[in-house]
Structures are given as structure tokens and as C-alpha cells.
Design a protein around this ligand. Structure first.
Ligand code: SF4
Length: 452
């Protein structure tokens, strides 16, 4: 499968790409292949991490909405709330948006201690007719970032496109750059243009920026506690008010860190409350790329338009995301938070280094530094909610990304540990990591902190 910028940056719903977006897409895909009018009953089994933390991550509702044919990139948060209330009231699902069947939470069976062979986020869907005969049954995996796989199929959601500069490693990517005398963003743009014209690519990237900025505005406007019962207060509205009072133009260099922190918090609070965000490359890590973009557009050397910064930023970040997807994982359930927040930090660092004029080797160095100092990062969300440590962690990782880009730009691109070596190390560390620290809420902060 060929991964591109619009696979890694997708409009989705909070709070989790692997536990909300992926399950909704899987359920929707399952129903779309059936004649919904022949179905009288559906059953769902959730395995591993989906069963362990699915309740806090909104997996149940995501599956139900997916069975109704909803898509995470199209349904709006208000519609989610309306359909949730209707389902609760009626106890009936509209399969594929049309055929009504009785469905309750008992029809979703949890298997938290059972891992299916393909991935720790496994789902089994069954459809029966009125006589109880099995019409279809399928296993899906939610493999991180909203990507899904149907068991037995090579790829369920990304096409295989012949691109001019294929790469799965940083060494291959850098070789293309050296041979063609192109920057990393240019290489990625040539590959994107294999599937859609350049104007569409540029417009699509600006659409992503629009959704990210809308997430920031929404996060800044919503007061009160985050949902889920942890009693975590939203901080973005107060921080925004304070920043605007002190720095109305939003460009005071002494406050760049506070602005970056605010953007990361606003996006992640929006995600935690089931709002509309862009996976970057996952929901849990969705605040890092927009926070670093904010730094690039407001605090980096002036004289360039938003588009002149955003397009190379996202193309470069996506090129680095391709490497993590190809050679490691962006799934917290598979490799811990290093795969989510670590990958996002690395992608953002590379994007920033690119727009600040870095050479391909400096960009690769920035990505490497950012991941090197996220290695071993575990996933231990308290209460199975994407709130603590996730929200603050995005702000910290954005700062790491900015520092990584600055460090790389003060060097000449030569460095001891290559990006490919650090990606391999992340993958091996993730394989060795106890499952307690892989989105099960069975270890770390999730068990050390008393929920109240
Ligand atoms: S700890 Fe990291 S990987 Fe785990 S849910 Fe939070 S952001 Fe995602």
C-alpha cells in the first residue's frame, strides 16, 4: 500500500484514532459489503486493547455509528451526540443507514485478555439473517492512526499507487533527494502527484490546516470539565484569554512557548471531548503537528505566506510518517506512546526543519533527534481516557520537536545515529514493552494514580 499525506493526516473524531476512528471505519466497511436489508442481527467482539480501554475511548459508540454507515471524516460532533441519544432511547440500530435492527451494549462482547494474531486492536463482526443463519463474519484490525485491515486482505484503506520515488527507509528517501537534487518535501510532492494533481494536493493540505485551526478555536471556546469522569478541567480557554491579553498580535517572541503549549492543549482537549480533529498521525498525538505549525507560521522568519509554510511542512512531516508506518508502528497499542507522540514529534521536527531551510540531511537529523528522546515512552492513560498524560504530553513533545529542529539546523546534517536506526530501535523497544504499557491502562500512571 502507498501511504501519502492524506492517509496520515485525516479528518476524524476524538478521542482516539485506533479506538474511535478505526473501529468506526471497520464497522462501516463491514456493513458496506453486505446487503443490509437481509440482516436481522449483528454481533461484535472486541479484543485486547479495544476491549481494555474501549469504554473510555468511545469505541462502543464508534462501532455502533460505523454499523449505521457513519464515517469519521463526515459525521459532526453534534450528530454523534444526537445519534447516541437516539440509540440509547430506541435500542435500535439503522444498519447502513436504513435497515433497523435491535441492538444493545450486550451485543458487544469484550475480550480484554485475548489478542488476535494480527494486532492487539482486534474486532470480529457477525451478521445473521432472521433465521439465525450466518450471512457474513469478518475480523478487522485497527492498526493505528485510523488505518484498518480486514483479515485476509493486504490493505483495506490505502491504494497501491506507482510513485516516482518509492521509499520505506530514510536512506532511500535521502538517496532520492541526492540523486534528483530535491528537498524531502519535493520528493513527497512528486509522489503525491501520482494520485492527484498538484493544485488538489496543495488545496487538500490547506483544508487540513483549516480543520486544525478550527479545532484550536473550538478548544479555546469550550469551558468546563472534560468528559469521562476524571474531572480534568479544560485549560485552553483560560490560557487563550491570558495570551490574547498579553500578546494581542500573537507574535511576541518571549511568549512563543506559551502559544505552542496553548495550541497543543486546545487541540487535545477538543480531541478528548470527542470533537473534530485531524489525525497527526493519531488522535492522541493530534496537537503536536498543529502546535509546531503555529510556531512556524507565527515565530519563524517572516515574509512567507501561510501556504508557503504549510505545504512543505506537511509534505515533509508526511514523508517521515511514511517511514514510521513502513518500518515500525504509529499505534500506541502496538509500541506504546513512542509510536504516537514520538512519531508526531519526529514528523513535526522534520517539517519545521524543512520550512526553516534545512537540507535533507538536516531534516532527517531533526526527525531522528525528536524520536531518540521519545524512545521508551509508554502508553498508560488514566481511566482509559485520552487526557492524562496525553494532553500535556503533546505540548512537551511539540517543544521537543522545535528544539530538535533547531539543534539539527545548527549542525551540518552529519550525526552518529541515523533515523533508520532510531526507527528500528523504537520498533524493537515496542516489541519488548510489556502489554501493561500499551494502551491497556493496566500499568504506569493508570494504576499509580487514584481516580476521583
Ligand atoms: S499515552 Fe500516548 S499513546 Fe497512550 S492514549 Fe495517550 S497519547 Fe495515545
Amino acid at each position: 500500500m502507498t501511504i501519502g499525506v492524506f492517509d496520515l493526516f485525516r479528518v476524524g473524531l476524538g478521542p482516539s484514532s485506533s479506538h474511535t476512528v478505526g473501529p468506526m471505519r471497520a464497522a462501516s466497511d463491514f456493513v458496506s459489503r453486505l446487503d443490509a436489508s437481509a440482516i436481522a442481527r449483528v454481533g461484535v467482539d472486541l479484543y485486547g486493547s479495544l476491549a481494555a480501554t474501549g469504554r473510555g475511548h468511545g469505541t462502543f459508540l464508534a462501532v455502533l455509528l460505523g454499523l449505521e454507515g457513519c464515517r469519521p471524516d463526515r459525521i459532526l460532533p453534534d450528530e454523534v451526540e444526537a445519534r447516541a441519544a437516539a440509540l440509547h432511547r430506541s435500542g435500535r440500530l439503522r444498519l447502513g443507514g436504513a435497515t433497523e435492527v435491535v441492538f444493545g451494549e450486550d451485543d458487544i462482547v469484550l475480550h480484554p485478555l485475548t489478542l488476535l494474531p494480527g494486532h492487539s486492536n482486534g474486532m470480529r463482526f457477525r451478521a445473521e439473517d432472521a433465521s439465525g443463519a450466518l450471512l457474513d463474519e469478518a475480523i478487522y484490525y485497527s492498526v493505528g492512526g485510523g488505518f484498518i485491515l480486514r483479515d485476509g486482505e493486504a490493505a483495506t484503506d490505502a491504494e497501491d499507487v506507482a510513485v516516482p520515488f518509492p521509499f520505506e527507509t530514510a536512506a532511500e528517501l535521502l538517496a532520492h533527494c541526492a540523486r534528483e537534487q530535491l528537498g524531502i518535501a519535493d520528493v513527497m510532492l512528486h509522489n503525491e502527484v501520482a494520485s492527484r494533481d498538484e493544485a488538489t494536493v496543495r488545496a487538500g493540505i490547506l483544508d487540513i490546516v483549516d480543520v486544525m485551526e478550527a479545532s484550536v478555536r473550538s478548544g479555546a471556546a469550550r469551558e468546563g470539565m472534560l468528559p469521562g469522569g476524571l474531572n480534568v478541567p479544560r485549560r485552553a480557554p483560560q490560557w487563550h484569554a491570558r495570551l490574547v491579553a498579553q500578546d494581542p498580535a500573537g507574535t511576541d517572541p518571549s511568549l512563543w512557548q506559551e502559544w505552542v503549549n496553548f495550541v497543543a492543549l486546545a487541540v487535545n482537549e477538543e480531541n478528548a471531548s470527542g470533537g473534530r480533529i485531524v489525525t497527526a498521525p493519531t488522535n492522541g498525538a493530534a496537537g503536536i503537528v498543529p502546535a509546531v505549525l503555529h510556531y512556524a507560521t507565527h515565530f519563524a522568519p517572516a515574509g512567507r505566506s501561510r501556504a508557503e509554510i504549510a505545504v512543505p511542512y506537511f509534505l515533509t512531516a508526511a514523508a517521515i510518517g511514511v517511514l514510521y508506518k513502513a518500518r515500525a508502528s504509529i499505534s500506541g497499542a502496538e509500541v506504546g506512546c513512542q509510536g504516537e507522540v514520538g512519531s508526531a514529534s519526529s514528523m513535526a521536527a522534520a517539517g519545521l526543519a524543512e520550512v526553516l531551510g534545512g537540507t535533507p540531511r538536516q531534516v532527517e537529523n531533526a526527525a531522528e533527534i525528536a524520536m531518540e528522546h521519545n524512545l521508551g515512552l509508554t502508553c498508560d492513560p488514566i481511566g482509559g481516557l485520552v487526557q492524562i498524560p496525553c494532553i500535556e504530553r503533546n505540548a512537551i513533545a511539540a517543544a521537543k520537536a522545535i528544539n530538535a529542529a533547531k539543534m539539527a539546523l545548527w549542525g551540518d546534517g552529519s550525526h552518529k545515529v541515523s533515523l533508520d536506526e532510531v526507527i528500528l530501535t523504537m520498533w524493537e523497544t515496542g516489541r519488548d514493552m510489556s502489554s501493561k504499557y500499551k494502551e491497556t491502562s493496566l500499568g504506569g500512571l493508570a494504576v499509580s494514580v487514584v481516580e476521583c
